[in-house]
Write a protein of this length. Structure first.
Length: 461
C-alpha cells in the first residue's frame, strides 16, 4: 500500500485547527507514530546501540515513512536517554539488559525530610532528594567530581538527548511528507507536565510510601502538596505560548486511589492547575492511564476542549458523557495491530469510528504506544491507516462540535504566585549582586533561570 503524499501541511493544520476550534473537520485527524525502540526492533539492531547512536536508524526511518500514512511524523524519539541518566548516576531510571529504560520503585524524599520539604520544596529536592537518586550529585560520596555532573548531563543532552536521526534528514522528510507540526511549528508551544500528586509520588515518595502516607500522615502530605503546587505549576508552562498551547499530563496515580483520596489529594490540585492554565489561555491534554471510568464525572469538569486519550474504558459511555465537551482519543488497542487478522482489525476499527465520529471531537490515537515490534504488524498498520483516511470523513464538516474553550470563564487562583526558594534567583537578587547589569538584560537572565529550573526538575518526572 503506497503512502498518500497528496495531503498538504496546510490541510493537516486546518483539520487540527478545526478540531481545536470546536468545529467538525473534513476528516478524522490520524495520529500514528512508532517509538525508537520499535524501530530498532524493525531494523534488527540492539536497542542499547540505538539509544547511543540514533543516527543508525536513518534508513529505517525513511523506510517506515513509506509504509503508512499519518498526519504526524510517524516516528518519535526517546525521552529517557541512557547517556543523560548515566551521567547523573541515576538509580531511578536505568537501562535493562535488553535496552529498555526502566523506573524501579525508588524513594528520594524520606519521612524525616517532609517538614523541610514543606518549608522549601526546591531546596529539599536539590539538597536531599537528588543526591539520593542521582549519585553523581552527591558531593559527600564523590567529592568535587559532583560539580561536573550538570555540565556532563547538558553535554550528553546536546549530543544525543533528542534521540533522533540527524536534523537535516528530518527536515528533508518533513518537506517531502508535509506532516502537521503545530500552530507555531515549534515543540515549545506545548509542554509535558505531571499532576502535583504524581510528581510527589513518582520520584520523591514512591508508590509504596505514598500509599502508606495517605493513611498515616494525610494532613502532612496535604501540606506538602500545597507547598509543592507553585513549583509544579511553573514546570507545566509552555516555553512559547500560542492560541492552541496545551500542557500534556500522563495521569499515573489517580486510578490507584479510592474516590475520597482521589478528590482530596489528586483532583484538587490537578483541577486547580488546569483552571489556572485556562485562565492564561493554556489548554489541557491528558493520557488517562489505566481505567478512568470511575472518574468520568470529574473529567467533565475540566476546561472545554481538553484533549483526553484513554487507555481503557467503554468508548460508548465516554463518548456519551464527555463527547460534547472534550476531544477524545484512544481506546483502540495497539496490540490488536499485531495479533488480529486484517479483516477483524478493520471491523473493530469501523465499530470504534461509528461510536466516536458522530458529533466530531475525535482524533485517532491508539490506547498507548507500542513497546516492541511484537505489538504491531506493519502491513496491518498500513491497512488501518488506509481505512482511516478513506472512511474517516465527516459529512457535516464545519458544524459546531460541542462546547468551545473559553479562557474568560476562568480566574487564576493566585496559588502559584508565592513561589520562592533559596535556590531560585530573582531579578532583584541578580541585580543586587551585579549592579551594573542593564535593565534590558532582565528577560535574558530570568530566561536562563527558568530554563535551568525546568531542566533540573525534569528529573522529577
Amino acid at each position: 500500500m503506497a503512502v498518500d503524499k497528496s495531503y498538504t501541511a496546510e490541510e493537516r493544520y486546518q483539520i487540527k485547527k478545526d478540531l481545536m476550534d470546536n468545529k467538525i473537520p473534513e476528516r478524522v485527524f490520524v495520529n500514528l507514530s512508532l517509538g525508537l525502540g520499535v524501530l530498532a526492533d524493525y531494523a534488527g539492531l540492539q536497542r542499547a546501540e540505538v539509544m547511543w547512536h540514533p543516527e543508525l536508524l536513518t534508513d529505517t526511518v525513511k523506510e517506515i515513512c513509506t509504509k503508512f500514512t499519518s498526519d504526524v511524523q510517524p516516528w518519535g524519539g526517546n525521552v529517557l536517554q541512557p547517556s543523560v541518566y548515566q551521567e547523573m548516576g541515576a538509580i531511578n531510571i536505568v537501562m535493562s539488559e535488553k535496552g529498555f529504560m526502566q523506573h524501579p520503585n525508588t524513594q528520594a524524599l524520606l519521612d524525616e525530610d517532609l517538614d523541610d520539604f514543606i518549608k522549601d520544596p526546591l531546596a529539599c529536592i536539590v539538597e536531599k532528594c537528588f543526591p539520593r537518586i542521582y549519585k553523581n550529585l552527591d558531593y559527600s560520596a564523590i567529592g568535587p567530581r559532583s560539580q561536573y555532573t550538570w555540565a556532563m548531563m547538558f553535554m550528553a543532552t546536546a549530543d544525543n538527548g533528542s534521540a533522533s536521526i540527524p536534523r537535516a534528514e528530518i527536515q528533508k522528510l518533513r518537506d517531502e511528507y508535509k506532516w502537521y507540526q503545530g500552530y507555531l511549528g515549534n515543540p515549545a508551544e506545548n509542554c509535558s507536565g505531571y499532576t502535583t500528586f504524581d510528581l510527589m509520588t513518582d520520584q520523591l515518595r514512591s508508590f509504596t510510601e505514598i500509599c502508606k502516607d495517605l493513611r498515616r500522615r494525610p494532613e502532612q502530605i496535604m501540606d506538602c502538596l500545597e507547598a509543592f503546587y507553585p513549583l509544579s505549576y511553573k514546570l507545566s508552562l509552555p516555553g512559547k505560548q500560542s492560541p492552541y498551547s496545551s500542557c500534556g499530563h500522563a495521569l499515573h496515580m489517580g486510578m490507584f486511589l479510592n474516590r475520597k483520596q482521589f478528590e482530596k489529594f489528586y483532583w484538587k490540585f490537578w483541577k486547580r492547575e488546569n483552571e489556572d492554565h485556562a485562565a492564561a489561555g493554556i489548554r489541557t491534554s491528558a493520557f488517562c492511564e489505566g481505567d478512568w471510568m470511575p472518574f468520568l464525572d470529574y473529567l467533565q469538569e475540566l476546561p472545554a476542549q481538553s484533549q483526553l486519550q484513554f487507555e481503557k474504558g467503554d468508548p460508548k459511555i465516554v463518548k456519551e458523557k464527555l463527547g460534547k465537551r472534550h476531544i477524545l482519543a484512544g481506546f483502540f488497542p495497539i496490540s490488536s495491530v499485531g495479533t488480529l487478522k486484517k479483516e477483524e482489525l478493520l471491523d473493530n476499527l469501523k465499530e470504534l469510528l461509528d461510536t466516536m465520529m458522530p458529533g466530531g471531537n475525535y482524533e485517532f490515537k491508539f490506547d498507548k504506544s507500542a513497546i516492541s515490534l511484537a505489538d504491531i504488524d506493519i502491513d496491518n498498520m498500513a491497512a488501518l491507516s488506509e481505512f482511516l483516511y478513506k472512511n474517516g470523513k465527516f459529512d457535516n464538516a464545519g458544524a459546531t462540535a460541542g462546547e468551545a474553550f473559553d479562557s474568560s470563564l476562568y480566574t487564576d487562583s493566585g496559588m502559584h504566585d508565592n513561589f520562592h526558594s533559596k535556590y531560585y534567583r530573582t531579578w532583584e537578587q541578580y541585580k543586587a549582586a551585579n549592579p551594573n547589569t542593564p535593565e534590558s538584560a532582565r528577560d535574558m537572565v530570568m530566561g536562563w533561570e527558568e530554563a535551568m529550573l525546568k531542566r533540573m526538575t525534569f528529573f522529577l518526572k
